[in-house]
Design a binder for this molecule. Structure first.
Ligand SMILES: Cc1cc2nc3c(=O)[nH]c(=O)nc-3n(C[C@H](O)[C@H](O)[C@H](O)COP(=O)(O)O)c2cc1C
Length: 183
């Protein structure tokens, strides 16, 4: 797929088929992620994969409960969580968590770049993805890291669900960019 076409047609996907994703395909996406640039080429990322709808469904419920319990008063997200049908991981079959391996100042940026690579590579393979920032506080809770087998030294930065697209939403609009031609 041509790059500009990929950039224009990628969408956040929130509706997936039941089809499970092969681990080899996930490895390919991770390889694409590791092609991202990183500060001082430190490559401070590690990838934690939860693959399988049944497991992810259970985690989705758990993450929802945790998030409701820890939602700040008056949060605009309260409406989403009041909806019984709302699933944090949108019934996707796989979750790839890009985690920072160190506390270097720019590790988060590096992991985010890896995340964008992963989402574009998935799109080129005909897969859908969605970055699930909502799950990040839950994923960083000590008990959850233990439950998922995430080593304590890793810090989940970019949780991205992956799967075959069931329903594609129309493109979200983009604002005119604010451009300042500096002196
Ligand atoms: C850092 C980040 C966090 C996000 N968190 C969530 C999330 O928790 N749940 C969700 O459904 N979408 C989430 N998204 C997806 C955005 O809502 C989506 O990218 C945005 O609306 C633009 O739509 P598009 O990706 O289809 O262009 C997140 C995206 C980013 C980059």
């Amino acid at each position: 797929m041509e790059l500009m076409e990929a950039l224009r047609t990628r969408r956040a996907v929130r509706s997936y088929t039941d089809e499970q994703i092969d681990n080899d395909l996930i490895r390919e996406l991770i390889e694409a992620a590791t092609l991202a640039p990183s500060a001082m080429n430190l490559q401070p990322w590690a990838f934690v994969v939860v693959n399988g709808s049944a497991r992810l469904q259970g985690l989705s419920d758990e993450a929802k409960r945790y998030t409701i319990d820890n939602l700040p008063k008056g949060s605009p997200l309260a409406g989403h969580f009041a909806d019984k049908e709302f699933k944090i991981f949108h019934d996707a079959p796989a979750l790839i968590m890009i985690c920072a391996k160190n506390e270097e100042r720019q590790s988060d940026e590096d992991c985010c770049l890896a995340g964008q690579n992963l989402m574009l590579a998935a799109h080129a393979q005909g897969l859908g993805t969605c970055w699930i920032g909502l799950s990040r506080p839950w994923l960083n809770a000590t008990s959850v890291k233990k439950e998922l087998g995430i080593p304590p030294a890793l810090r989940p930065v970019a949780p991205i669900i992956v799967g075959r697209v069931q329903k594609l939403l129309s493109a979200t609009p983009r604002d005119e960019p604010l451009i300042i031609w500096g002196r």
